[in-house]
Design a protein around this ligand. Structure first.
Ligand SMILES: [Zn+2]
Length: 326
């Protein structure tokens, strides 16, 4: 669900597909998750570990069970739901062609396109150049061939010992900087929380003094809003300074990737494959029909390092390339 909140998965249907594809969810359910069930999942704060019951005057009391999603995620989902109306999704064609848009035509240097082509009894996947005037215009290349060549290329990437030493130093620096800045962030949020406590006490005093029902309602609304913000902050504070995984684990995972990017490419997930492209290659790869890839291999391993800069560090938890918080 965290993925949905961050906009990674564009719609509830995609979330459904994601859950369906995940063994953890498949195990507990014999049938696939129903769409309405997903919508239900997203609209109830109890899934974020909070109880909310208007009629009883209860509002966002932390429930006594492990939250399925964080309150932060819950709010983000509510916001998304409010903005984007439900639109039916179709299976994205791109997922069948992970190299689409990345591999360019060796003749004209424009990104290749891809398609399923109808044969007599079945459909076949192809990549092709779609630039009019190019000598390879509409001349198709079997997906198996172009992706197979890519796997070979990837398998040949061997990072140097020097690269590993550099990567280790970088990781340690990044890690330390992160810890320091998260401590600072935590202190700042604690100050905000104290301020809010003070404000809501003041508001409560005013509420007691007033007799007008409209004013009371307005105060109550404001108070509820503040309680929500406080819940949000409290949760953020509690998570602050807790790394997603221990340092050794994170760098081991990253180093395994540096040593062998082919492993991640072998993943079933489209996102994993695209991550490999982004992390390993500095630019698009030209491919010529009947010849193969044209590339200067020496520059490649260093691109992997660049991609592992600050913001991307969170992408390397133990299970794979994205934090799994469901
Ligand atoms: Zn071309």
């Amino acid at each position: 669900m965290t993925r949905y909140a961050t906009g990674r998965l564009a719609s509830q249907m995609e979330v459904k597909r994601f859950l369906d594809a995940n063994p953890i969810f498949a195990k507990s359910r014999t049938t696939k998750l129903h769409q309405s069930r997903i919508a239900d999942l997203f609209s109830r704060p109890i899934y974020a570990g909070y109880l909310s019951h208007e009629n009883w005057g209860l509002n966002l009391i932390p429930a006594k069970h492990e939250p399925l999603i964080s309150y932060e995620t819950f709010l983000a989902i509510q916001k998304r739901g409010a903005i984007t109306a439900y639109a039916p999704t179709r299976k994205d064609l791109n997922e069948d062609f992970p190299l689409r848009g990345f591999v360019t035509c060796g003749h004209c240097d424009k990104p290749m396109t891809a398609c399923w082509s109808k044969g007599r009894s079945a459909k076949y996947p192809y990549y092709l150049c779609d630039t009019k005037g190019c000598v390879d215009y509409r001349k198709s290349i079997r997906r198996e061939k172009i992706e197979g060549d890519f796997e070979t290329l990837l398998g040949e990437l061997v990072p140097s010992a020097n690269l590993f030493a550099m990567a280790f130093d970088m990781f340690r620096d990044i890690w330390n900087t992160r810890l320091e800045s998260s401590e600072e962030e935590k202190r700042s949020m604690q100050r905000q929380l104290t301020q809010m406590d003070r404000k809501s006490t003041l508001l409560l005093d005013k509420l007691i003094d007033t007799n007008s029902s409209t004013v009371i309602a307005a105060y109550e609304n404001k108070l509820r809003e503040m309680e929500e913000q406080k819940t949000f902050l409290t949760e953020k504070i509690s998570k602050c300074g807790q790394p997603l995984a221990p340092f050794e684990q994170v760098y081991r995972t990253a180093f395994e990737f540096l040593a062998n990017p082919s492993k991640l490419w072998a993943s079933e997930r489209y996102e994993d494959k695209r991550a490999v492209l982004k992390l390993v290659f500095a630019q698009r790869l030209p491919y010529t029909r009947n010849e193969g890839y044209r590339t200067s291999k020496t520059s490649l391993p260093f691109k992997a390092l660049e991609g592992l800069h600050l913001g991307k560090l969170e992408m390397v938890p133990p299970h794979g390339f994205e934090p799994r918080t469901y």
